[in-house]
Design a protein around this ligand. Structure first.
Ligand SMILES: *Cc1c(COP(=O)(O)O)cnc(C)c1O
Length: 399
């Protein structure tokens, strides 16, 4: 039974996370960090002013938003004026793609993306195709990388935008964004990267990546759900997706999620400070997961790239065992993993990312993704290996 809430918010520190649940699905979402949580609370209760209000309660909210903008700009090597807050990664991606189509309305334009993007990018591209915009979906190689040569070959005279994700949310493969960006900048083609899985997890700088746009989402880096941002290079203005007031330089209407924005700034700052140490630990957790499972279950296959990958993520195909069944058996033991991206689980469709790597439908459906975050421990990894081995044995026995 949860203890009754104390009116003193410090009491939240006594909440013990993870006693019942082992959470290994950090690519779907993350637990908010204690720092970010503490920092957001005053903006829900004491300083709940609307940032557009002229009196001092409003001004305090406005100042807090601008401080977060500075933290975030600093974290990715941008100017503060280049950061626009959104409700998350999906909105940032949708806004960018809809915005580009409006920017070039009346022209016959071509867009390039990859076949392994998040559905917020893929479905936005499908909506553009429906209004006559041409879209090329680049194939990836067997480790999940877009090849720069394939991209160059796909460029046409009317190519106006390329959108390639920085790190994939199902296999963790990191794309050669700087290489692609250098080429595109020389051609004068706009370049967007969906960096939702990368921001707060790997070092990055928008200038070193040569990107013009970058999307991110707070709940993927230990901030709160419902907040994200789009980085836009200073000289580029996009028509707003949301109609309303003049918030966010008139580019994104709607009352700001002040508490969420504040939490996002601190969550990102904290993750970046901890990053070298976190990633070293995550690599070790993934390494022992792979070694433990390889010992217990012969024939497992690790999907994605061995080197260019996120430290905490591993996607595994098991011989002749349904990933869905494994996920459900693990859930009974309080262990959270996933079969594909959270947005599509429950649809019983094989992952479009695994199919793009060349896996068969059956192999794709026999896969699970484990994604560790900064709160996971070696002890949890031991429990996960045992639970997966048990689940696998049970499924194979019933085959
Ligand atoms: C989670 C995710 C998104 C969507 O972000 P939301 O804030 O949940 O809308 C977009 N792209 C990638 C790669 C993601 O992992």
């Amino acid at each position: 039974m949860p203890k009754p809430r104390s009116s003193n918010h410090k009491a939240v520190n006594s909440f013990k996370w993870g006693e019942a649940v082992i959470y290994a699905d950090n690519a779907a979402t993350t637990r908010i960090s204690d720092t970010a949580f503490e920092k957001m609370l005053p903006f829900l209760r004491e300083q709940y002013g609307n940032a557009s209000s002229p009196y001092s309660l409003g001004a305090k909210a406005k100042r807090a938003i601008e401080q977060a903008r500075e933290q975030i700009a600093m974290a990715i090597g941008a100017e503060t004026g280049e950061i626009t807050f959104t409700s998350g990664g999906s909105e940032a991606n949708s806004w960018l793609l809809q915005g580009i189509s409006k920017l070039f309305s009346g022209e016959s334009i071509h867009i390039i993306t990859s076949s392994i993007e998040h559905h917020s990018v893929l479905n936005a591209c499908h909506s553009l195709e429906a209004v006559g915009i041409e879209v090329t979906y680049l194939h990836v190689n067997t480790s999940g990388q877009v090849e720069c040569e394939a991209l160059k070959a796909a460029v046409r005279p009317n190519t106006k935008l390329v959108s390639i994700m920085l790190a994939n949310n199902e296999i963790g493969t990191i794309q050669p964004i700087a290489e692609i960006g250098t080429y595109l900048r020389s051609k004068g083609i706009l370049f967007h990267t969906d960096a939702v899985q990368a921001v707060g997890h790997i070092p990055l700088d928008v200038n070193e990546l040569y990107v013009d746009f970058l999307s991110a989402s707070a709940h993927k880096f230990n901030g709160a759900k419902g907040t994200g941002f789009l980085y836009k290079r200073a000289s580029i203005k996009l028509p707003s997706l949301v109609f309303g007031g003049e918030q966010e330089h008139g580019e994104r209407a709607g009352t700001e999620n002040v508490a969420g924005i504040v939490a996002m700034g601190f969550a990102l700052e904290e993750n970046i400070a901890e990053m070298p140490e976190t990633n070293e630990r995550l690599s070790a957790l993934v390494q022992s997961t792979i070694e433990g499972l390889q010992k217990a279950i012969p024939g497992i296959q690790i999907n994605g790239d061995g080197v260019e990958r996120l430290a905490g993520m591993v996607n595994i195909t098991f011989p002749h065992a349904s990933g869905e069944a494994m996920m459900l058996l693990l859930d009974l033991k309080g262990i959270c993993v996933s079969t594909s991206s959270a947005c599509n689980s429950g649809k019983d469709e094989p992952s479009h990312v695994l199919l793009a790597l060349g896996l068969s439908e059956k192999q794709a459906k026999s896969s699970i993704r484990i994604s560790y975050g900064k709160y996971n421990t070696p002890d949890e990894v031991e429990k996960i290996i045992i639970a997966i081995t048990d689940a696998y044995t049970k499924i194979i026995a019933n085959h």
